[in-house]
Design a protein around this ligand. Sequence first.
Ligand code: FAD
Ligand code: N01
Length: 554
Amino acid sequence: MRMGKSDFDVIVVGAGFAGLYMLHKLRQLGLSACVLEKAGDVGGTWYWNRYPGARCDIESVEYSYSFSPELEQEWQWTERYASQPEILRYLQHVADRFDLRRDIRFSTTVAGARWDESGQLWHVATDGGEELTARFCVFSTGCLSSPNKPQIEGLDSFGGETYLTGLWPHEGVDFNGKRVAVIGTGSSGIQSIPVIARQVDRVTVFQRTPSFVVPAQNRALEASELAEIRQGYRQLREEARHTVGGVARGAAPSPRPALETPPDELRRELDERWEFGGLGGFLNSHPDSFIDARAAERIADYLRDRVRGIVKDPATAELLCPTTYPVNSKRLCVDTGYFDTFNRDNVELVDLNANPIRQVTPNGVLAGDHVYDVDIIVLATGFDAMTGSLGKIDIRGRDNLALADKWSAGPRTYLGLMSGGFPNMFIITGPGSPSVLSNMVTSIEQHVEWIGQLLSDMAERGQALIEPRPEAEDVWTTHVTAVAEPTIFMQADSWYLGANVPGKPRVFMPYVGGVGTYRAICDALAADGYPGFVIDGQGKTALPDFFSFLRAPE
Ligand code: FAD
Ligand code: N01
């Protein structure tokens, strides 16, 4: 096999949680690596999403790296759910502590990546016209990193200020005394609206679909609590790696299905979960609620009653109650004071189902027959999830195959890690892996470590080239759809399904099989010599065995 000389062993695209750890891992393996990052610094999600109220919804002691026990012991989280500035400081600290910045080129957008068959290299082109080469290419471009600007007539002619939550200005926004429109009531809207409402003259919330929301119950972390967590940190992390959601500190699943629990008892149990707070309280509460819409409805009833108990105006409360999709079929939102915000005099809710936005005028928003004059429009309108950032890069594999063409009917991967026809190219938390259904740091670490192990095994065996077998990719893609099919995830117009982006194929993208199961599958494949992959033209053909891996774990 003829191999050209490359600038680097590996080029990594993106310097968020995934890219930073990938770089550190590659250095540990003795490989030369370069990270290309569009932003001016590290942080990814936490660099871009600086909107007021932004914070994580997985407890920070778990939404953090586990790869370095020293880092784990020395970093002091101040709150149960850290705010965006604190998470960004953490990632900057990681970059400094492991001296990562010297191999990262900031303010560099990757425009294209082309596989060179004769040289067996990736040619990676930047927006500045530079071309770099590497034997391997890792895309850690993020699942929620391509903000969705809605196509609303007149939006660009608005005379005031317009901000996307996912591209928030570094200098902040002065809301003092302003009239503000917030469009969108998913997680970003729900986190930002209460904070914005406290600063402005008036905020008008434009809601198309209400969200199911549970309280964060955020609080300062006591030193004694942190000390206790640190003592058992290794065990906690190990537990998390084998759970469904990548989280070990969440409330345990209920012993009985929701449908078999008497109503009073269910309410008491859900009250406890409400007091526990966060995603950890509700995510695994009743497994039957993920497969049976009637079970989901019982939990939905509880959450709607909570809304009615908080929001004083009954008509507003009803508008804030979701009724058109099952709870958990979209990502549950976690709030601090969201519903109570609607009891303020300076907050108004506009139901876009009754009064659709007709256009944005130079002075405000025309919805139904009413013009809402505003100074600022905040677009909390979400992301082109999982495939958005990859889709903006012209990625060409063997025979000039475009990834965008290959995925035109939906993403096709083996394990969410690789796609056939794109040799030596990896995706971290790609479609087909648990990814956005989990604590993403747990899933990122698992992918980085698995890729690291693979590269190390290949180096040891003198191997240079890897890609999935087409049959393996078919099996996996079918499996990802098959496990999602019977779940309530298929019953909502969610971004998991690409339903929020006009024209995007409707395919359930993340793997619902759970973090622990998925890890067991990946580990079993690695231990068995990577069946399903072609390595240097050779690969185990034992695809029937592959199915036993799908049945073995848990
Ligand atoms: P990102 O952090 O998205 O980083 C990707 C990087 O790639 C970005 O810096 C981007 O600039 C860069 N990039 C993309 N395209 C290019 C290109 N063409 N050229 C160069 N660079 C490029 N997950 C959880 O598990 N728990 C949470 O509590 C949680 N909270 C969240 C809150 C918000 C507001 C959002 C938006 C997401 C949240 N997530 C959460 C998901 C979050 O995205 C992940 O947890 C994690 O931060 C992803 O890290 P990453 O490195 O994979 O991707
Ligand atoms: O985006 P979303 P997000 N006109 O897609 C509305 C993570 N995250 O940024 O549902 C009017 O959930 C849209 O309405 P509808 C987390 O994984 C986590 O809030 O399409 N409205 C919806 O209400 C999350 O799931 C945190 O009818 C329009 C909203 O905009 C993911 O990121 C915080 C519209 C978009 O909601 C995405 O969350 C933030 C239009 N043209 C993000 N277009 C944490 O809490 C869209 N909408 C940790």
